[in-house]
Design a protein around this ligand. Structure first.
Ligand code: ADP
Ligand code: MG
Ligand code: MG
Length: 208
């Protein structure tokens, strides 16, 4: 069953870009508390460019769609999140084999593993991994239980949001926020908030 084709993935990317644009100020406010107040601007610039790149070079190849997003993010976003989200999409692109829910879950898992390898962080370090990791687990679990993709992606988005909220009390151990030490506690991690938008966009756009 092919539900996750190139068109569906492009719709996911557009929905993520729309959410990032809509929540740009919120993401920047989170980053102003424990970083340098640019996460919303960084990601909005990158995802606006990614949508433009997909429009300029449309493709029927699902892996090519994700790769275009990856290279655009790496090119246009300075800071930690550009290379990390770029790596996420690049690894997901390389791992995508098929157009069903299981193929999507494997691609997202490969993207997550790529961010771990590139950023040398782990869960609990107060980063985007705290949303991405639980989302991958929830997606795998729901699909293994025989849930339809739309329900499974809904569970993944919910797990991401819980992971995001759970970053609030944590002390950051990676990225700029870690420079604050104990003072980073008491704030939600901006990257975990944007990663939740990525999963919410998937639940909306890839519901098939
Ligand atoms: P910068 O911190 O360079 O200004 P952004 O503000 O765009 O970049 O992104 C910050 C986010 O990047 C953090 O909130 C965190 O979620 C994520 N991040 C930073 N370092 C790492 C890392 N080593 N591994 C995973 N995510 C990270
Ligand atoms: Mg920042
Ligand atoms: Mg910065």
């Amino acid at each position: 069953m092919t539900v996750v084709d190139a068109g569906a993935l492009a719709a996911w990317v557009r929905e993520f870009a729309r959410l990032v644009h809509e929540q740009r100020d919120t993401l920047t406010q989170l980053d102003s508390a424990i970083g340098d107040a640019d996460h919303g601007a960084n990601l909005d610039r990158g995802m606006t460019a990614a949508v433009a790149a997909l429009e300029a070079t449309p493709s029927d190849d699902p892996a090519a769609v994700l790769k275009t997003v990856a290279t655009t993010l790496i090119k246009t976003v300075g800071g930690a999140s550009g290379p990390l989200y770029g790596t996420f999409f690049l690894r997901a692109s390389g791992a995508l084999a098929g157009g069903d829910g299981a193929a999507l879950a494997a691609a997202l898992r490969a993207g997550y593993d790529g961010v771990v390898a590139r950023g040398k962080a782990e869960r609990g370090d107060k980063t985007m991994l705290d949303a991405l990791g639980p989302a991958c687990d929830a997606l795998d679990e729901a699909l293994a239980a025989g849930k339809a993709l739309d329900e499974a992606l809904g569970a993944a988005a919910e797990a991401a949001a819980q992971g995001r909220d759970a970053t609030e009390p944590l002390v950051a151990r990676k990225g700029r926020a870690s420079y604050l030490g104990e003072r980073s506690a008491g704030h939600v991690d901006p990257g975990a908030a944007s990663a939740t938008l990525l999963l919410e966009a998937a639940a909306t756009a890839l519901a098939g």
